[in-house]
Ligand binder design. Structure first.
Ligand code: CP
Length: 316
């Protein structure tokens, strides 16, 4: 594996999930693989889980780690080709990326969308600039439109907790007061399709995801209908794809409550975190026995470890 920025970089997603599960069973089994190799983690946006789990994954492979919150601690980055830098930007990405690459063997980068310009966001301009200017492999720590490390961890979680061979999984939109990216949902659909899961999307009218991701998947605009017989409920807000970046404030009743969960087949509850309590999901569901959110976050470590090991050349 050269880069890991989308599921397209993975030859066999199902095998990668199994490999992550194997690493979880004995996290230090490849502790020599990354010795004298350095992982650089560059954050243009905030993170708790991605930052800590990816560091831990690297340590478990014997790697050293450099972390930089570049938007807070670095010079203001310019990404435009041919820019006249007489404004606020102080360093061009064309220098910054190869300079960082000199200090590491693999680079991770997190970059969020603007949610104001769909074409620019879906072209993944910033991530592509990192790929273009980096001589070392790039791992997405969440980009404008995709979050593959999260989805790999989610697939591992489903494998671990499923009670039937082919569980029904419902990805449901949930309310949120701020405009959020579509990245987690987009990636979740890509990975679910690749794994052959029985997946349904539930969202209010006007909140459909890009057809590039939902193609071939049933989309239901009645949440109660979608939740029937669900074995897993994955809640996530996303802002509008069609009215790009707009917040939907009309559907507060899409919050996941015990009453909603009672419509399911005693479904297990998933969310990538962070989550706004009693807006997206009620306390009773999040704190209940069917909530998988903490284990999902734990699995981020083994997802990252599997990806790092493959990029380091592990072929087992
Ligand atoms: N789920 C996730 O990516 O969490 P962070 O934003 O905290 O990294």
């Amino acid at each position: 594996m050269k880069n890991f920025v989308s599921i397209q970089d993975v030859g066999d997603p199902s095998a990668l999930v199994k490999f992550a599960q194997k690493l979880k069973s004995n996290p230090y089994q490849l502790e020599e693989l990354g010795r004298r190799k350095t992982l650089g983690l560059v954050f243009l946006n905030p993170s708790l889980r991605t930052r800590l789990s990816t560091q831990k994954a690297a340590y478990q492979l014997g790697m050293d780690v450099l972390v930089m919150n570049i938007s807070q601690d670095g010079w203001t980055l310019e990404t435009r080709e041919g820019a006249v830098m007489n404004g606020t930007s102080q360093e061009h990405i064309k220098e910054a990326v190869p300079v960082i690459a000199q200090y590491c063997d693999i680079m991770g980068v997190r970059t969020f969308p603007s949610l104001t310009n769909k074409e620019t966001d879906y072209a993944e301009k910033t991530l592509q600039a990192f790929i273009n200017w980096s001589p070392v492999p790039i791992i997405s720590l969440e980009s404008a439109t995709l979050h593959p490390l999260q989805s790999l961890a989610d697939m591992l979680t489903i494998e671990e907790f499923k009670k039937v061979a082919n569980p029904k999984i419902v990805l449901t939109w949930a309310p949120h007061p701020k405009a959020l990216p579509q990245a987690v949902a987009n990636s979740f659909l890509q990975w679910s399709k690749a794994m052959g899961h029985d997946i349904v999307v539930a969202n209010p009218k006007g909140m459909d995801l890009s057809p590039a991701f939902s193609e071939g998947i049933e989309v239901i605009h009645d949440q109660n209908e979608a939740l029937k017989d669900a074995d897993f409920v994955y809640a996530k807000n996303w802002s509008s794809f069609t009215s790009y970046g707009e917040i939907n404030t009309d559907n507060e009743d899409w919050i996941l409550t015990p009453e909603k969960m009672a419509m399911t087949n005693q479904a297990q509850f998933m969310h990538c975190l962070p989550v706004r309590r009693n807006v997206v999901v009620s306390d009773a569901v999040l704190d209940g026995p069917n909530s998988l959110v903490i284990e999902q976050a734990n699995n981020r470590t083994f997802a990252a470890q599997a990806v790092l090991a493959k990029i380091l050349g592990y072929e087992g």
